[in-house]
Design a protein around this ligand. Sequence first.
Ligand code: SAH
Length: 215
Amino acid sequence: MKIYGYENDLLRMVDEQIINRGIIDERLIRAMQIVPRHLFVPESHQHLAYSDGPLPIGFGQTISQPYIVALMISELRLTGNEHVLEIGTGCGYQTAILSHLVEDVITIEIVPELAQRAVNSLDQLGLNNVSVLSRDGSTGWEFAAPYDAILISAAAPEVPIPLLHQLADGGRMILPVGIQGYQYLELWTYANSEYQKATGIPVAFVPLRGKYGWK
Ligand code: SAH
């Protein structure tokens, strides 16, 4: 476990895995340079916290690969004033990055123990523009809609329609769609009463559960 001296590993992670692979959003790069990923990883895996891949976080779930976190967030083209919904908090790492980049984040995690752990880590970093809910997020959270951006970090069978309807005009939503072993990122945009989809790279996420997930 590393508590002291993680900064070099963190900066190297951002250089090698984020900047070198073409992420150019300066605010996103800065956020990734200040959020300590090891705080979101169980103690048994903290020595791997800055490695180039996903890691187990318990309950059969994972913390996403840093590059995928960066890629998905960069596709949302955040500028600072956004009201954002995230589905699949997991350990809260991606939530922490988002919290530095937008006005406020509502994040939903179906496993209560993970939601609680995320709350603890986010509190530890003093990130107070985040609300964590523990419930099925596949139907979204209409009470705080519309959202300027929605990010789903578990793979759905197809884009959940209620979530599309919770996008604000000009809003953007990114999610993985597909079965295990065959998933692609989809970027949905809503403007002038029209939805548009663009398909991105192949990815490997845990399945989305719940009503609009794999049940
Ligand atoms: N965003 C995380 C990745 C978490 S993995 C990161 O920063 O690394 C995906 C998470 O989605 C898991 O914790 C899983 O429990 C959660 N999940 C799956 N289905 C869900 C649903 N219907 N609603 C909310 N969370 C869900």
